[in-house]
Design a protein around this ligand. Structure first.
Ligand code: VGL
Ligand code: ZN
Length: 205
């Protein structure tokens, strides 16, 4: 078994341009993700998968504004447009994504009370998705990560991957970010590098 797995982050319709949380250029990563898939044996995908009453949706906080930061049960929470509601089209993988060889999907953000940017843990590090244990059970020691959005779910997944001891590569050509504040994406990439992540711009499995 090849110990190097591909980790695809939130390649879902609602994060593509035109979606409620459309990431600029998000559609451009789909063909690059497909090319990566051809180079790996173990391919894991995360899926943002919220109940309709999720606490990260501005619409569930009357009087609050989109993109405002609130305190949600003790954690700082950005308020997002309604996105990736379970069993709705926006939560499904991008139609162009070659899902046939995805080994396993890890849903996240399923608890209405707490958001989950990382594919490994919720934002309070209270509950694990089981991803790290599953990877270790497969003999995986190295991850190449790409997807959406660089400054949220990709960033926190990569930081947790490093903290969990995985050799972590960020394939930047297939990452796009939100940049709510100018420079957020650049700062996210720097944080990943500072934590020990490798930036890669070519495929090496
Ligand atoms: C994401 C904001 C809210 C992401 C998910 O996939 O980066 N961002 N939910
Ligand atoms: Zn979300």
């Amino acid at each position: 078994m090849n110990p190097h797995a591909l980790l695809l982050i939130d390649l879902q319709n609602d994060f593509l341009p035109g979606g409620p949380l459309g990431v600029p250029g998000g559609d451009e990563v789909i063909p690059l993700a497909n090319a990566l898939i051809d180079n790996f044996e173990t391919i894991v995908a995360t899926q943002d998968w919220h109940p309709a009453n999720h606490g990260s949706f501005a619409a569930n906080h009357p009087g609050r504004e989109l993109y405002e930061t609130i305190d949600l049960h003790g954690l700082s929470q950005t308020l997002w447009p309604i996105h990736c509601v379970q069993q709705t089209g926006g939560a499904y993988f991008a139609p162009g994504l070659d899902t046939r060889r995805i080994t396993r999907v890890f849903p996240k953000g399923t608890d209405a009370e707490i958001d989950s940017y990382s594919g490994f843990f919720d934002n309070g590090h209270r509950q694990s998705t089981g991803l790290a244990d599953w990877l270790r059970k497969q003999g995986i020691t190295e991850l190449t990560i790409c997807g959406l959005a660089t400054d949220y779910c990709v960033k926190f997944t990569a930081l947790d991957a490093l903290a969990e001891g995985f050799t972590t590569n960020l394939y930047l050509p297939a990452c796009r970010g939100v940049n709510l504040q100018p420079g957020d994406v650049d700062r996210a990439v720097q944080e990943i590098v500072d934590a020990g992540g490798n930036l890669i711009d070519s495929i090496r499995s």
